[in-house]
Write a new protein. Structure first.
Length: 256
């Protein structure tokens, strides 16, 4: 398989350069690439007819001019919609197909595809395989239960495991953290396509990071927008940081 290789001080643009352009749009992806991000994260929701659209969901009205659930709409219903700038204002940007983003930009970036509808669709996986970009794509958004399914169905694709609220609470108990992690996530050791753990940075401590690293898993965090927080996380050996402000964090690196 084409295993994911995490870059040093890896910066991921959350929904593209979403502080400047409407989230999950072609414009936000292009801007993230232009400012020098290592990886672009986009949300992936699946339509009724099996297309992967770059939307958080579960409803269309959250970020578009449409109404109803994404899972109950066909791609042709979503195609004419416009993406929101704010609660009442709309941009000229349309909702992109994830497959089209991969085709256009995979020569220039790597991807974190944040799954919002369970496992990836057959169409999306077929596109990744056809483009031969397995090593440039990693999936996130799945808990341990879904990752168990993922590694059986897609052993050639890279994936992260997201911690649930229960995971975060129990890993915070110092006497039981290693025992719980072994019980809950020990199966991951036999699956080299599971690259690491993806979690909110506010939960992490240096001890928990050491526990996760002890299982040969990386630690990826979201969503960090302050330079001081980023530096503190890097100091305790976090492997990857997702941010809404990629340009500011990249400039902070360059100024060191």
């Amino acid at each position: 398989m084409n295993k994911w290789a995490t870059g040093k001080r890896q910066i991921i643009a959350h929904k593209g350069n979403s502080a400047v352009f409407p989230e999950n749009t072609r414009a936000s992806v292009l801007s993230a690439i232009e400012v020098g991000c290592d990886v672009v994260e986009v949300d992936v929701s699946t339509t009724k007819d099996g297309y992967s659209v770059a939307l958080h969901g579960p409803t269309l009205c959250e970020m578009t001019s449409g109404v109803g659930k994404i899972s109950e709409a066909n791609w042709e219903d979503i195609k004419p919609l416009k993406v929101k700038i704010s609660a009442e204002d709309f941009s000229t940007e349309s909702v992109p197909l994830v497959e089209e983003l991969l085709k256009e930009f995979s020569s220039s970036t790597k991807w974190n595809l944040d799954l919002k509808s369970g496992l990836p669709s057959d169409k999306l996986v077929a596109t990744i395989n056809k483009l031969n970009i397995q090593g440039k794509v990693i999936f996130s958004g799945l808990t341990a239960k879904d990752v168990k399914k993922f590694v059986k169905v897609f052993p050639e694709l890279n994936v992260l495991v997201n911690l649930s609220r229960v995971d975060r609470v129990l890993l915070g108990l110092r006497l039981f953290d290693k025992i719980y992690f072994q019980f809950r996530f020990g199966f991951l050791k036999s699956h080299p396509n599971v690259i690491g753990v993806n979690t909110n940075y506010r939960f992490l401590t240096e001890r928990i990071i050491k526990v996760i690293h002890g299982f040969d898993l990386e630690v990826w965090v979201f969503t960090v927008d302050e330079e001081a927080v980023m530096n503190s996380l890097l100091a305790i050996n976090v492997n990857s940081i997702t941010t809404n402000r990629p340009l500011e964090l990249i400039r902070a690196f360059e100024s060191e």
